[in-house]
Design a protein around this ligand. Structure first.
Ligand SMILES: C[S@+](CC[C@H](N)C(=O)[O-])C[C@H]1O[C@@H](n2cnc3c(N)ncnc32)[C@H](O)[C@@H]1O
Length: 392
């Protein structure tokens, strides 16, 4: 697959004549791991892993920490190549360029066991968009097949998927097929979700039903607790290419002297309210930010503004039953020529029905949908969609 990857971006110039040209691969590799709660160690916590150990681990990935912020829920690191988020039992590493995040899997599992107190992985997601220049990556990232083989050497129940148009923009995912909760629990959960949806529908027509709604919601939360169902979880990612050069100029030292200036001039600070922002403006260009909220939500944006290979990524786990407005705000801010949106939501998430919302979003302002796919995994539903600015 490596040699076929991203046919749409292969230009007629030979790779040797392109070797001298400046290039940066903005497309990130995203690794998210959830560790199983440890019943014999209630104090298990990934945030026990000290900074020096993260520094050493990130050396194996070929990147380093350049900024750090934290609150009671989450530690957020800005890296030389994107971001790392550490919470009690969830670890997220998002890295771009020619980094090698899968190389840190073994040391990470060791630190999780020896320092943090976790022995088992509950869920794992490794994903990325197709690279613009796959031939510049290093092992084990020279193609999705190589990444899958590497992950398969760790996990016997891993599964690999590619969504989108494989000869154009597409997105790869490797995940585990672990269920979490017995099948009886899942059936019960489906019943709760369906009831809740029916009630929600009813609610739209009968606003006086508010008290019954509240009771249903609290009954649902009690059931979730007693059945040990998963906490609500969701992630939205918007991966943008071919961005407006006038917008991208904001993320250069020619136009802004500081990261704060770039954050405010672009309107990034208004995308999701209530985020404490840690931002970084690279010299001569490039921008990264992490935002964390008191409730433990995060957002992260990374920008490669160079016109020949411009790329912007947006990611957040902010909960919502509707992401249309957020997507519209993000694309209005960055003005991409094309973008991919992915939404993961588990059954207890307010975003559990976002697939239906996206299905109805055939156009968003000046962007027209070219692809949409839905996937159902044991614990999560996934929606993938791709949009182009029209006429294109
Ligand atoms: C790390 S940032 C954001 C990466 C992110 N994955 C993205 O493209 O959305 C990459 C941008 O910063 C620029 N840059 C400048 N100095 C850099 C450095 N020391 N390390 C990484 N990128 C740097 C790159 O040319 C590129 O435009």
């Amino acid at each position: 697959m490596a040699e076929n990857e991203d046919l749409s971006n292969s230009s007629s110039s030979s790779s040797s004549s392109r070797e001298d040209m400046h290039f940066f691969e903005g497309v990130e590799k995203l690794l998210e791991i959830w560790f199983e709660p440890n019943p014999s160690n209630k104090n298990a916590d990934l945030r026990k892993i000290p900074r020096a150990m993260w520094d050493a681990l990130l050396k194996t990935v070929r990147c380093e920490i350049i900024s750090f912020t934290r609150n009671e829920q989450i530690d957020a690191y800005v890296l030389s190549e994107s971001s790392m988020f550490v919470s009690k039992r969830r670890w997220i590493l998002k890295t771009c360029g020619t980094t090698t995040p899968l190389q840190c899997l073994e040391p990470l599992l060791r630190l999780a066991s020896e320092i943090a107190g976790y022995g088992e992985i509950e869920d794992l997601f490794y994903s990325r968009k197709n690279f613009k220049r796959p031939e510049m990556q290093v092992s084990p990232h020279r193609g999705f097949e190589e990444e899958v083989a590497f992950l398969d050497s760790f996990f016997e129940d891993g599964r690999a998927y590619s969504l989108g148009a494989l000869n154009r923009d597409c997105w790869h995912l490797y995940t585990l097929s672990r269920g979490g909760g017995g099948s009886a629990n899942k059936q019960m959960l489906n019943n709760i979700t369906n009831n809740n949806n029916n009630n929600h529908h009813h609610h739209l027509h009968n606003m006086s039903n508010g008290h019954a709604q509240l009771q249903t919601q609290s009954a649902k939360m009690n059931l979730i607790e007693s059945l040990q169902l998963p906490d609500p979880d969701q992630t939205i990612e918007i991966l943008m290419t071919d961005l407006d050069p006038k917008v991208m100029a904001v993320f250069t030292k020619d136009v802004c002297n500081t990261a704060l200036e770039a954050t405010q001039k672009s309107g990034i600070h208004k995308l999701i309210p209530g985020m404490v922002i840690d931002d970084y403006l690279f010299d001569p260009c490039g921008y990264s930010m992490n935002g964390v909220s008191k409730s433990g939500c995060y957002m992260t944006i990374h920008i490669t503004p160079e016109p020949d290979f411009s790329y912007v990524s947006f990611e957040s786990n902010v909960a919502s039953s509707s992401y249309g407005d957020l997507i519209a705000r993000v694309i209005d801010t960055f003005q991409p020529g094309k973008f991919i949106v992915t939404v993961f939501a588990n059954k207890t998430s307010p975003a559990a029905n976002v697939s239906r919302e996206l299905e109805h979003l055939g156009t968003i302002d000046q962007w027209k949908r070219r692809d949409i796919q839905f996937s159902r995994f044991p614990t999560y539903d996934l929606t993938y969609a791709q949009y182009c600015k029209y006429p294109s």
